[in-house]
Design a protein around this ligand. Structure first.
Ligand code: ADP
Ligand code: 5GP
Length: 208
């Protein structure tokens, strides 16, 4: 039987808005969705795992693989000193196998992806109020005060790019944001899981 190819889902938003939290719950709830693990030259943060959170690679290897055309898109993410990129090997085979592949990338990367995949479902996650970003970054506690200030400056610019996305979702209450994203994905044709248990991201543990 012929497999219907999957679709690309691109999620962006400023640092601290809750992208990782939302993605973790979406992926746990919807096995039809698979993440694309990006490559980066930045060092892992405490608790991050190679091959799971990112493929952590040295700059020389990143440059070689870039020259060999392994990336669908890559850039030095605005405001960061490191390179990040989406590997074609993370995306193409999974789409061909009918999976829906989720990318969590920045605005520049999204625009490159849209050139190749104009049907990608683009979702920009926004805070209800810019102050939420500072509160959440402080609560997460993974950045120094200086790094947080830099991220907030970058966030101000990123919020101006939200109009480039097909969908905008406010992450004030996380359950409401998840319900909205699920609605967007099913409206775009996300198939029900073959072994559907009726689960929803709303009913998975936020901390898992
Ligand atoms: P991002 O991946 O966008 O940088 P995270 O998912 O790491 O953001 O979230 C930043 C912090 O905010 C985390 O401590 C997370 O638990 C918290 N958080 C995420 N969504 C919400 C929400 N809707 N309400 C309150 N706190 C949230
Ligand atoms: P962090 O260092 O906090 O994990 O991520 C920093 C930024 O890099 C986030 O805005 C994230 O969306 C972006 N990013 C992560 N992976 C990629 C990628 O493969 N390509 C692009 N363009 N941006 C990425």
């Amino acid at each position: 039987m012929e497999v219907r190819p999957g679709k690309l889902v691109v999620i962006s938003g400023p640092s601290g808005v809750g992208k990782s939290t939302i993605l973790r719950r979406l992926l746990a709830a919807l096995p039809q969705l698979v993440p694309s693990v990006s490559a980066t030259t930045r060092p892992p943060r405490s608790g991050e795992r190679d091959g799971v959170d990112y493929h952590f690679i040295p700059l020389a290897e990143f440059e070689r693989r870039r020259a060999e055309g392994e990336f669908l898109e890559c850039c030095r993410v605005y405001g960061r000193e490191h390179w990040y990129g989406t590997l074609a090997s993370e995306v193409a085979p999974r789409l061909a196998a009918g999976k829906w592949v989720v990318l969590e990338i920045d605005v520049e990367g999204t625009l490159s992806i849209l050139e190749r995949y104009p049907d990608a479902i683009t979702i920009f996650v926004e805070p209800a109020h810019p102050d939420q970003l500072l509160q959440r970054l402080q609560g997460r506690g993974t950045e120094s005060a200086e790094a947080m200030a830099r991220r907030l400056e970058v966030a101000r610019r990123e919020l101006l790019e939200a109009h480039r996305y097909r969908h905008r979702v406010v992450n004030d209450d996380v359950d409401t944001a998840l319900a909205e994203i699920e609605r967007i994905l099913f409206a775009a044709g996300l198939p029900q899981a073959a072994d559907t248990t009726g689960r929803s991201a709303l009913h998975t543990n936020a901390s898992s």
